[in-house]
Design a protein around this ligand. Structure first.
Ligand code: GTP
Ligand code: MG
Length: 207
């Protein structure tokens, strides 16, 4: 199938605000400014469906996007923004933890890390949480265009080692500048649908 229509469903903070759904769901999480919203837009061939900004820490809500009534893509609030209070950090933790813990139709969580930087303590903690709640955790490196290719392997190793990723764990790489890695991420999604028994498969599509 091809993507015909992707649309914003709703924003939520509390559990009662989540949309009721039996559709498979995939969530994207990561530091503020890592490129979560940009990645979602790239995957859906949209310019600004998920709102992006150069002001980090803006998306403090869980945003749900429906793709052709077949599955839901979720943009989780970013963390690691320096200028937030302890109180806000705690709230963020509760928002994410509640979502991971209670969302029954959630298939997998995609952790985004900036390929240029060593994952932070919060990234490491997030990856552990993802595993604690029973997901594999798929790591996607962002901003591939920003890294010198001669440096790539070194950075990949730092990311793998810092997160303590298992040897077979996938680390996909993407750039929203030239859409690098878009199909690899779709292949990952398609496989998730398949192994979880959903009859959903999206074709490769030029934007
Ligand atoms: P929050 O919503 O604040 O948590 O951030 P976010 O993770 O959604 O990041 P967002 O998609 O808004 O991107 C942050 C900035 O990084 C924007 O200026 C994007 O244009 C830029 N950006 C995202 N992906 C890439 C990429 O692959 N390459 C480059 N060069 N810039 C990118
Ligand atoms: Mg965002």
């Amino acid at each position: 199938m091809k993507i015909k229509k992707s649309q914003f469903v709703t924003s939520a903070v509390k559990r009662e605000q989540y949309p009721e759904s039996d559709l498979p769901e995939i969530a994207v999480v990561g530091r503020s400014n890592v490129g979560k919203s940009s990645l979602i837009n790239m995957l859906l061939n949209r310019k600004n469906l998920a709102r992006t900004s150069s002001t980090p820490g803006k998306t403090q809500l869980i945003n749900f996007f429906d793709i052709d009534g077949k599955f839901t893509l979720v943009d989780l609030p970013g963390y690691g923004y320096a200028r937030v209070s302890k109180e806000q950090k705690k709230t963020w933790g509760t928002i994410i933890e509640t979502y991971l813990k209670t969302r029954k139709n959630l298939l997998e969580v995609i952790l985004l890390v900036d390929l240029r930087h060593k994952p932070t303590a919060e990234d490491v903690e997030m990856y552990k949480w993802i595993k604690t709640y029973g997901f594999n955790g798929i790591v996607v490196g962002t901003k591939y265009d920003k890294i010198k290719k001669s440096q790539l392997q070194k950075h990949v190793k730092i990311i793998r080692d810092t997160l303590e990723m298992e040897e077979h764990a996938v680390l996909a790489m993407t750039s929203t500048m030239d859409r690098y890695g878009k199909y690899e991420v779709w292949d990952i999604f398609n496989e998730l649908f398949e192994v979880n028994g959903y009859d959903v498969h999206f074709e490769r599509q030029q934007s």
